[in-house]
Design a protein around this ligand. Structure first.
Ligand SMILES: C[S@@+](CC[C@H](N)C(=O)[O-])C[C@H]1O[C@@H](n2cnc3c(N)ncnc32)[C@H](O)[C@@H]1O
Length: 281
């Protein structure tokens, strides 16, 4: 197929995925969701994100990028994704394989691929997987990624990924839209999608003992610590990092796994300029 290596889309040529394959072919043919400097953004709610497009993907302008409307709001900004990948790399220097469970348009996936040779991305939106592939191409890392179409709940129930030797599971699950800030405290059991933290974490720990999740800044930390003890035992810990761009707190990075606990200080390779206005993700 023109410009797309189907081999990167795990199992997609199997008969049971014929609908998804057809959709992918259509998206490629139409060059769907392409955004470049000449794109007119008429949707007011997207315009705010458009003005800060370089903080989403620094290669914007030089290369076309691919974003659905939902991705404009939900993609992880590059500086946050880069910090996350670098931090995990520093804690797991021997690691080769990362699984990004809700990979969306590839914000995190691409940065993981900069630091790890094999990165699996899962998403139940074919449009998002297509965008992730296109965006990974813009960063020349498409030969390090493997994209799996599917609902994580089903894949987890079937024990997929459990025997693949994944060194770290990463997840940036949906936070339920911008309303996540409306309540003072974000309930990680009832507000996270598609499952509460307990069930989600249980599934991730079956794949790897090292797990990282990007969660809202107002997440209930007592809930997180209680769930950690329930699943991993009384003395168990969850390391929480507050991730900022300039003065703006973008979210918290929660880490479970021995290699993360004693790591004192992550090296960030560059000072990232803060956006003029805060964007809610
Ligand atoms: C917050 S976005 C992830 C953004 C991503 N880290 C990035 O930088 O582009 C969440 C993604 O999870 C996907 N998703 C939601 N529920 C899912 C499920 N049950 N199984 C697989 N993917 C799911 C959505 O389609 C969306 O792309």
């Amino acid at each position: 197929m023109d410009q797309v290596d189907l081999g990167r889309f795990v199992h997609l040529t199997k008969h049971k995925y014929r609908k998804q394959l057809k959709e992918l072919k259509r998206l490629v043919r139409e060059d769907a969701f392409r955004v470049d400097e000449s794109t007119k953004v008429s949707d007011k709610s997207v315009y705010k994100y458009w003005t800060q497009r370089k903080s989403i993907f620094s290669v914007f302008g030089g290369k076309p990028l691919y974003l659905t409307r939902e991705l404009w709001f939900s993609i992880t900004p590059e500086a946050v994704a880069r910090f996350t990948a670098q931090f995990i790399r520093s804690c797991l220097p021997q690691a080769t394989t990362v699984l990004d469970v809700f990979c969306g348009g590839g914000g995190n996936l691409i940065q993981f691929a900069m630091f790890f040779p094999t990165v699996y991305g899962v998403d139940f939106s074919m449009e998002h997987l297509y965008c992730a592939y296109r965006n990974a191409k813009a960063y020349d890392v498409e030969d390090r990624i493997w994209l799996k179409y599917g609902d994580w709940n089903r894949l987890a129930r079937k024990g997929r990924f459990e025997k693949l030797g994944v060194d770290c599971v990463f997840a940036s699950p949906p936070w339920g839209g911008p309303n996540y800030l409306k309540r003072a405290v974000f309930d990680v059991e009832t507000q996270l999608e598609p499952l509460g933290l307990r069930e989600m974490l249980k599934g991730f720990l079956r794949v790897s003992s090292n797990v990282a999740m990007f969660l809202p800044r107002n997440s209930n930390l007592s809930q997180i610590s209680q769930i950690t003890r329930e699943l991993l035992g009384e003395g168990a810990k969850c390391k929480v990092l507050y991730v900022k761009i300039g003065p703006y707190l973008k979210g918290i990075l929660c880490l479970w796994g021995e290699p993360f606990y004693d790591y004192q200080c992550a090296a960030v390779d560059e000072e990232v300029p803060a956006p003029k206005e805060e964007l809610d993700y």
